[in-house]
Design a protein around this ligand. Sequence first.
Ligand code: AMP
Ligand code: GLY
Length: 419
Amino acid sequence: MGEQVNVLVVGQGGREFAIARKLQASPRVKQVYCAPGNVGMTTIGVQPVDIAETDFTNLIRFAKEHQVIWTFVGPEDCLVDGIIDDFQAAGLQAFGPTARAAQLEGSKEYALNFMNSYGVPTAQHASYRDQASAIAHVDQFGFPVVIKENGLAGGKGVVIAPDKTTAVQTIKEMFSQGQSRLVLEECLQGPEYSMFVLLSDDQYRILPMAQDHKRAFDGDQGPNTGGMGAYSPLPQLDPADRQAMIDQVVVPTVHGLVAGNYHYHGILYIGLILTQDGPKVIEYNVRLGDPETQVILPRLRTDLFDLVDAALSDRPLPEVVVSDTACLGVVLAAKGYPTDPQHNQPLGELPRVPDIDLDYANVSGDLADLRGAGGRLLMVLAQADNLQVAHDRVYDYLARLNEPECFYRHDIGAKAGLN
Ligand code: AMP
Ligand code: GLY
């Protein structure tokens, strides 16, 4: 084993909490810094650093001053804005795609062109730069039709319009809100899955799969959110279907990234629908998912430091070894999330219980008097021999909390047959 080193994680949410925790647990790591991080991270020995994730200049200065061997970038917006390019230009290693590659998430049209160029199966689609032509072609894929804003929209830029009237109204609204282009897509039928792929140019490793829950309320009701809970593994997924996703989607995608000289060193998160004609991609994201990461990483037996370090150095990637355990997490969100989340509610001192992890996201104040800082505040998480035990532990813990200014979903795990 080499000398212990420092690493930096960029971001502040639950996803970055989980990445930082896993890196801090590596025998190779002396100190994990997280910028800006959050106060909850001090519970796991990670040091928050008061630099905004958009302040690339000061992040670079910090990394140099603290002998950071490399930086792991969590959120998509700084990747789209070129944080990796800036780090590389400063002679520093950072894990994530360059701005060019990050367009796969930053622009739906770019992603669709990529898929068309490299034979990656996707929905039938067309993109439009003006309202009149979008409306003129609105019924070409039948109804329901999927209407997507072109740029980053934090999960809010997609509307599935059941009929022509709604579709036309949606198109008008999107253009009047300043969209310069939008995409119309055939609505695919079938279960939705996400695959997380760790890439080092032409080498790749598939990370464990997780089920997210995007809607705010029980029974998949209410507005779309960043994600209200997750579990891993997916008992409902047939291994032959998983293999089809790798062969038909991951392989041509990696081939395209190599052929297009993207030099992709980072995570690619592929959203797909398993249709009767096989898996089809509905989106690429260029980073890990939040909250999927929180349930995936605890199951990883392979040292995350070793994986990323090998990827960044173009060494052979270690195999990904996954434990037989199951992990389930439920997000505690501020009342009003996602439309109008309350801020600054006192959370008190959350009980520390064996077998329960708390992955803090939007919290402020100090540990003895934690405050909600809007949105998804934290995730309550358990890892156990099976999903049912993990589920029961998490919900027992939540039932004992008294947080009237917060809410959570009660049905995380229902899709896996848990109750
Ligand atoms: P996105 O913001 O691209 O993740 O899309 C949000 C959600 O819209 C996805 O999670 C899917 O459930 C749904 N969606 C996107 N594209 C399609 C499609 N072509 N067919 C059916 N559902 C879709
Ligand atoms: N949980 C969905 C996302 O990270 O985009």
